[in-house]
Design a protein around this ligand. Structure first.
Ligand code: DUC
Ligand code: ZN
Ligand code: ZN
Length: 497
């Protein structure tokens, strides 16, 4: 057990006690009661006194609430399409799936101001979210205002991660601009997340497919070649190594990309990487369904083959991939999302992205932990603790420890569920995981001591989630501890001259 603190609170009733559970953190397993006061964990010990409310978790896992650090909510996509979930439906769905925090994106598009974008997303989330949330900012309009004023201010206000795209005509930055963002992030204390796919390769291959009259969804996976991902990853890893600045490669799907990441990590690069359920549980064969059915499985990068699936599992178990997020990018099976031209929709026209915020944790609990691929501690690290550490929310979030927010999920390890869309609470009218059988499901979900989900029912009000200002991400703090950013630039420039 990591922390015990009963003495301080013996004279004060706990608001909530979670009793007799089997608690797991990223490092420990122990049996204990957890006492909560004012939304914080106040004590962890055996035999705590009765609280104002008591929950008996005997025989069940008591785990940190999930943190989904990659999801798209009420956001315009790289193709300019609005997602199907708003901050209410997305956070309700996230909570039912065992999450107590999400970190979605506030997305700047060309011509937008970063400051206004953040104000707009914040206002919408504040009114609707039912669990806690932070933000990453996407930058696509890298003018002086963004670089010199708005981004530094956003970082100071707690938006300490910046996503850049290497593809999508409306979003992509060139290498020069990426270097600018890396230097800025390093100076101001933010982590850069990268969507790494080579835009020209995708465009060129797509043109050849279209020339041949090949429009079916499965050609999305052909155009988004695995090597286009590997090339872009290698390039941006190189840029980050030149500036000795940490980066996070999001949604890794391809085995060769993983090899590239592993090699750079072995050379000491400050390189972090993420994968998502679609790369563990789906393959390109799912996209090759009759008619437009395959559009239900189209995301960027696309699911690949079984070799890549195995590589992603390997990446999670060996630690090359430290983050497992949903990349929930919800679009409906209609003209607003997947089928803008109905049955005639071509692979270039359909929205890119899959829903998955509610099934992310149950899928990994069942197929990772219960099937013996991951320990329960690894499950906790991959779904919660590493997210908090990586994005500046630790130790407030991501663990079960005295002083942390009481973000706790009680899991029923024996519950067998067949995933169907009817079961889920997002605003999408299909799930790519329809019919999959999983064992284990979150029973009770607690955020800052508030019971959010109990017995299959939502118990909190719209707008009751709180904004979380993020601190300096751990990867950035670590890199900074070993050198001074300005000295590095001076060294680079002096060497060049
Ligand atoms: N990038 C994402 O991160 N999610 C969905 C689609 C995309 O291009
Ligand atoms: Zn992306
Ligand atoms: Zn995404």
């Amino acid at each position: 057990m990591t922390t015990v603190n009963t003495q301080t609170h013996l004279n004060r009733a706990f608001d909530l006690v979670i009793r007799n559970g089997r608690v797991a953190t990223a490092t420990d397993i122990f049996e204990a009661d957890i006492g909560v006061i004012n939304g914080k964990i106040a004590a962890i010990a055996e035999g705590l006194p009765v609280g104002k409310r008591d929950i008996d978790a005997c025989g069940r896992w008591v785990l940190p609430g999930g943190i989904d650090s990659h999801c798209h909510v009420e956001q315009l996509s790289g193709m300019g399409l609005m997602c199907a979930d708003d901050f209410y439906s997305a956070t309700v769905s996230a909570a039912f799936g065992g999450n107590t925090t999400i970190i979605p994106f506030a997305a700047q598009h060309r011509g937008d101001s970063v400051r206004e974008v953040l104000e707009d997303y914040s206002a919408r989330a504040e009114e609707k979210a039912v669990i806690d949330y932070g933000f990453h900012v996407i930058v696509a309009n890298l003018d002086d205002q963004a670089l010199k004023i708005d981004l530094p201010q956003a970082i100071r206000q707690g938006v300490t991660s910046i996503k850049v795209f290497m593809t999508y005509e409306r979003m992509k930055l060139d290498d020069y601009q990426i270097l600018d963002v890396l230097a800025l992030a390093d100076r101001e204390g933010a982590l850069v997340m990268v969507h790494a796919e080579n835009n020209d390769v995708i465009r060129w291959l797509g043109d050849r497919l279209v020339e041949r009259g090949l429009y079916a969804p499965k050609y999305h996976a052909v155009a988004h070649s695995g090597l286009a991902e590997t090339e872009a990853t290698n390039r941006v890893v190189t840029l980050s190594r030149i500036l000795e600045t940490p980066i996070m490669i999001v949604h890794v799907s391809e085995a060769e990309t993983l090899d590239c990441i592993r090699q750079a990590q072995q050379k000491g690069a400050a390189l972090y990487a993420e994968t998502c359920p679609q790369y563990l549980f789906l393959t390109a064969a799912d996209i090759d369904k009759p008619g437009v059915e395959g559009a239900k499985f189209c995301c960027s990068p696309p699911p690949r083959d079984e070799r890549c699936q195995r590589a992603m599992w390997q990446g999670l178990t060996e630690g090359t991939l430290s983050i497992y997020s949903s990349d929930h990018a919800p679009y409906r099976w209609d003209e607003t999302g997947k089928l803008p031209k109905g049955e005639k929709t071509g692979f270039r026209e359909m929205a890119n992205g899959l829903p998955g915020i509610e099934v992310r944790m149950p899928l990994l609990f069942s197929e990772g932990y219960l099937k013996g691929r991951l320990t329960i501690n690894e499950f906790v690290a991959l779904t919660a603790t590493n997210h908090a550490r990586t994005y500046g929310l630790y130790p407030r979030k991501g663990s079960i420890a005295v002083g942390a927010d009481a973000d706790i999920v009680i899991w029923d390890e024996e519950r067998e569920i067949t995933i169907t869309n009817d079961l889920l609470h997002d605003n999408v009218d299909y799930t790519p995981y329809e019919g999959m059988k999983v064992t284990g499901w979150p029973d009770t979900v607690i955020n800052r001591g508030r019971i959010v989900i109990d017995n299959g029912e939502l118990k909190v009000a719209r707008g009751s989630g709180e904004f979380l200002p993020c601190g300096v991400p751990e990867p950035v703090a670590k890199a900074r501890a070993s050198r001074d950013p300005e000295a590095l630039i001076r060294k680079l420039v002096d060497t060049t001259l």
